[in-house]
Design a protein. Structure first.
Length: 146
């Protein structure tokens, strides 16, 4: 017998949005984040990874039947050991989690031509030096009189 002070919660669980249903999966060792560029048909997808490479990825059978992947989605990929141009799609992020990843810097490129890397800093320094030399050449020459 229940007393009036006891409460019983019956019915379905109230879910406010999709983010409450899914956990946030972060990349582990050997996994990369990427953005879907093109659906190639079947279970093949072209993905621009954060290391700067475009990989032909395969949608795993477990995901293929349960989850739709569209162009522009953020996915977690696991490159193959024997072929670095191919990978498996391990996870697709929902919009709320994709926004969180972009805001917290997980989607920044980390490849050799990424902003802030030594190669890009050297290229920027060379461009700045060339621009300074051009300015010095134009200011040092006296105006010619006719």
């Amino acid at each position: 017998m229940l007393l009036a002070s006891e409460e019983i919660e019956l019915g379905k669980r109230k879910v406010l949005n999709e983010a409450h249903l899914k956990e946030l999966v972060l990349p582990e060792q050997g996994e990369l984040l990427g953005r879907v560029q093109k659906i190639s048909g079947g279970n093949q997808v072209l993905v621009q990874c954060t290391d700067g490479e475009i990989r032909l990825c395969r949608i795993r059978g477990k995901m293929k039947r349960r989850m739709w992947i569209r162009e522009g989605d953020i996915v977690l990929v696991s490159p193959w050991d024997f072929d670095h141009k191919r990978a498996d799609i391990v996870w697709r992020y929902i919009k709320d989690h994709a926004d969180w990843l972009e805001n917290n810097g997980y989607m920044r490129p980390t490849g050799p031509l990424a902003p802030g890397t030594a190669a890009q800093q050297a290229a920027a320094a060379a461009a700045a030096a060339e621009q300074q030399s051009q300015q010095a050449a134009t200011t040092s020459s006296p105006p010619q009189q006719a």
